[in-house]
Write a protein that binds this ligand. Structure first.
Ligand code: ZN
Length: 197
């Protein structure tokens, strides 16, 4: 049963809509915030206010930053490798950045083609990618290893045409992975994509 008044109930309902949080975790988070009002709730509220004003979507690549073009697009050394990595979402861009990929630039599609969900080429940030591609020597398609991700990768490869060098991430055995625990699809792909040592 709801308790604690409408302001608190609304806070719980809003937090419960965040990815990874359900109503139960949201309730625990809100109780924690209330207990730590000075140390956590007030700074969080102020940080949210500042972020709402400051956050911008990069007009070039689709990254989220407080400036547009974003700090990656406006870094002149970033173009040195000639590599443009195409990702589905900003979270994927940030994940790749944590892997320190070097002087690369990115392009965020904002999703993948999905006929079932009614997502077509016009719903993605594709035309900008087609116009950026000639400035790079290699386009890395870092889509997720899902059916929709791979369909999107094929579509982009067709659109870019034969004159563009297009690569994709290797699929296979994860670092620290044990063969016996992997599914057949991952294992057969790892076998096909084997490399000489
Ligand atoms: Zn950018």
């Amino acid at each position: 049963m709801p308790s604690g008044g409408p302001e608190i109930e609304q806070l719980i309902q809003l937090l419960a809509r965040l990815p990874g949080l359900g109503p139960r975790s949201a309730r625990r988070a809100v109780l924690h915030l209330i207990k730590k009002k000075e140390q956590l709730m007030l700074p969080l509220s102020a940080a949210l206010d500042r972020a709402v004003v400051a956050v911008k979507s990069c007009e070039v690549c689709g990254n989220i930053d407080t400036v547009s073009p974003c700090s990656i697009c406006s870094d002149p050394r970033r173009g040195d490798s000639g590599i443009l990595i195409v990702v589905e979402d900003v979270a994927d861009l940030w994940a790749l950045e944590r892997a320190s990929p070097g002087q690369v630039r990115y392009h965020v599609l904002g999703g993948v083609l999905s006929p079932l969900d009614g997502v077509g080429p016009d719903d993605l940030n594709l035309e900008m990618l087609i116009s950026r591609a000639p400035d790079y020597s290699e386009i890395v398609l870092a889509m997720n290893a899902t059916v929709d991700g791979q369909t999107t990768a094929h579509y982009i490869t067709d659109r870019l045409g034969p004159g563009t060098k297009v690569t994709r991430l290797a699929h296979g055995v994860p670092i620290g992975g044990e063969l016996d625990y992997l599914d057949e699809g991952t294992l057969s792909q790892a076998l096909r994509a084997r490399t000489q040592i």
